[in-house]
Design a protein around this ligand. Structure first.
Ligand SMILES: NC(=O)c1ccc[n+]([C@@H]2O[C@H](COP(=O)([O-])OP(=O)(O)OC[C@H]3O[C@@H](n4cnc5c(N)ncnc54)[C@H](O)[C@@H]3O)[C@@H](O)[C@H]2O)c1
Ligand SMILES: O=C(O)C(=O)C[C@]1(C(=O)O)C=C[C@@H](O)C=C1
Length: 301
């Protein structure tokens, strides 16, 4: 059913989709567009798609599936840029990290079109057309959040597409997605941005020892904190209510730990650390950890 895939935005996600199609579904034809001419040149040089187009409209004219791979704050404008050139029967999807706001933006820009919002829960701290790689989605979740009443055949086609690229597909409501991802992805990033920022602000006090001795835990935080500023600004602005709700709960837990430390309550600390250690083991056993040999090291990509 899907023969031509149009990719709008040729950075980490768009490029990885193009490369994954080349590896896993070579019969599919891919067209791609990025509003940045330098990105279009790099995409051509790396062969991220079969054809890099000069306009968004030319990119989508023959597509069966259009995938928006731009920051969530740019989704609506990007969708409007090709709306008039969409062929009949096309499915429009995206890869945005928050789903309620993107679903609304796409519905507003493309009335009457079949829209299947999606979020491959796979990425790195890198961005841009040089960052993509074809195995990014292998054994990772891709969450679809179609509105009730969406054509089941279209949902099936998008499910089959992501399965072909190696992902495991789950369908859920956009609101639920945004709450879950606030806890598992958005707040962890916020914590990393905060701790690295705070440590940097304290550099006067620590006399640059922050950087010098950052071989352990802090180094892991700096990888996450190196993530793309535009992407993450847009994630927090678009998933505001879920992030604020979950942050409230997180702050309460942090305050409880603060109290335990102040009062010398070692049992509370030990109980929590035992529970979290068990969760880490479970994550690894269930294969949710990255098994790519170079993943998570700061010299990859
Ligand atoms: N990076 C991750 O780990 C990750 C993982 C899953 C999902 N996502 C989501 O994927 C999307 C893309 O993220 P990325 O990491 O690939 O970012 P990226 O910065 O690597 O690529 C985004 C590209 O979109 C282009 N662009 C911006 N506005 C455009 C427009 N109006 N028309 C055409 N091109 C436009 C930019 O020039 C850029 O090249 C975001 O919505 C992000 O939330 C990211
Ligand atoms: O591993 C990383 O570097 C990521 O940040 C990937 C990650 C995540 O939080 O898991 C980040 C944002 C996405 O929307 C999906 C995946």
């Amino acid at each position: 059913m899907i023969r031509n895939v149009a990719i709008i935005g040729l950075g980490l996600l768009g490029g990885s989709i193009g490369l994954a199609i080349r590896d896993h579904a070579p019969d599919l034809r891919t067209t791609g567009f990025d509003r940045d001419p330098e990105v279009r040149e790099a995409a051509k040089a790396r062969g991220l798609v079969s054809a890099v187009c000069e306009t968004a409209e030319d990119t989508v004219r023959e597509a069966d599936l259009v995938i928006l791979c731009v920051p969530v704050g740019a989704m609506e404008e990007a969708a409007r840029s090709f709306a008039d050139a969409l062929p009949d029967g096309v499915i429009v999807s995206d890869v945005g990290s928050s789903k309620q706001s993107v679903g609304k933006a796409l519905a507003a820009a493309l009335p009457g079109r079949t829209i299947i919002p999606a979020h491959p829960v796979a990425g790195t701290e890198q961005s841009g057309p040089e960052a993509g790689f074809s195995s990014l989605f292998t054994n990772r979740w891709c969450i679809l959040t179609p509105e009730a009443g969406t054509d089941p055949a279209a949902i099936e086609a998008v499910t089959a597409f992501w399965t072909t690229l190696g992902a495991n597909v789950e369908i859920m409501e956009a609101e639920h997605h945004d709450l879950v991802l606030a806890v598992t992805s958005h707040i962890p990033h916020l914590i990393a941005f905060t701790i690295v920022g705070t440590a940097s602000d304290l550099e006067e006090v620590t006399r640059s020892e922050v950087i010098k001795y950052s071989a352990g835990g802090f180094r892991d935080f700096t990888r996450i904190a190196a993530s793309d500023p535009v992407m993450w600004r847009d994630v927090f602005l678009s998933n505001k209510s879920a992030v604020l709700e979950m942050l409230g709960r997180f702050s309460e837990d942090l305050t409880a730990l603060q109290r335990a430390i102040r009062s010398g309550d070692g049992d509370t600390l030990h109980d929590l650390f035992s529970r979290t250690r068990a969760i880490r083991r479970q994550v690894i056993e269930e294969g949710q950890d990255d098994d790519r040999p170079d993943f998570g090291r700061d010299d990859h990509g």
